[in-house]
Design a binder for this molecule. Structure first.
Ligand code: HEM
Length: 151
């Protein structure tokens, strides 16, 4: 049973990583773009990836909790560390990614009457680098905790 729950969790991790990876790739490409239709197309691709990303994240969290529960590990130090890391990364995504990409979507709108100066200024933000660093380090730490199980 424990093995199957870990399997579900890893399935969630793969689905999550592929989907959020699409958003990450759009986020990194966007930094070099200034043309409103191209920016809009990256934003649309990123938004489309959030559905499967949430399904992956749900499987990851539920599979992980069930596996830890069935192994009597819900309060093991490394499991608690993984709750903290996951919460910190998700909070960073909501605090840094959501408002930023929401603002870009607002600025680009339907592609007509775009204020290019405001769009240029928004696209010059360093937020994608913050997201990429926090997200990548968080993911590495989570995989480390799952595999090494320290403590
Ligand atoms: C453990 C690692 C990660 C977790 C748990 C995570 C979680 C999330 C969540 C929950 C959202 C949705 C926010 C919303 O609905 O507004 C999101 C969006 C996003 N994430 Fe991550 N993420 C992680 C890693 C990364 C990495 C490494 C990047 C690299 C740049 C990244 C880039 C983004 C971007 C750009 C969005 C916005 C998508 C959009 O609004 O179009 N994430 N992430």
């Amino acid at each position: 049973m424990y093995t199957w729950l870990v399997f579900i969790q890893l399935l969630g991790l793969v689905l999550f990583a592929i989907s959020d990876g699409a958003s990450a790739s759009s986020a990194l490409r966007l930094r070099g773009e200034r043309d409103p239709p191209v920016v809009a197309s990256h934003l649309a691709a990123s938004k489309a990836a959030t559905g499967p990303m949430y399904i992956g994240l749900l499987l990851l969290v539920l599979g992980g909790l069930a596996a830890a529960g069935s192994g009597g590990l819900l309060l093991a130090p490394w499991v608690i560390a993984s709750y903290v890391v996951l919460l910190m990364v998700v909070a960073t995504m909501y605090g840094v990614a959501s408002p930023y990409y929401g603002r870009l979507r607002e600025l680009v709108g339907d592609g007509t009457r775009v204020d290019q100066a405001q769009l240029d200024a928004a696209l010059a933000s360093r937020r994608p680098e913050v997201l990429a660093s926090v997200g990548a380090i968080g993911l590495l730490v989570l995989v480390f905790l799952m595999v090494v199980k320290p403590g």
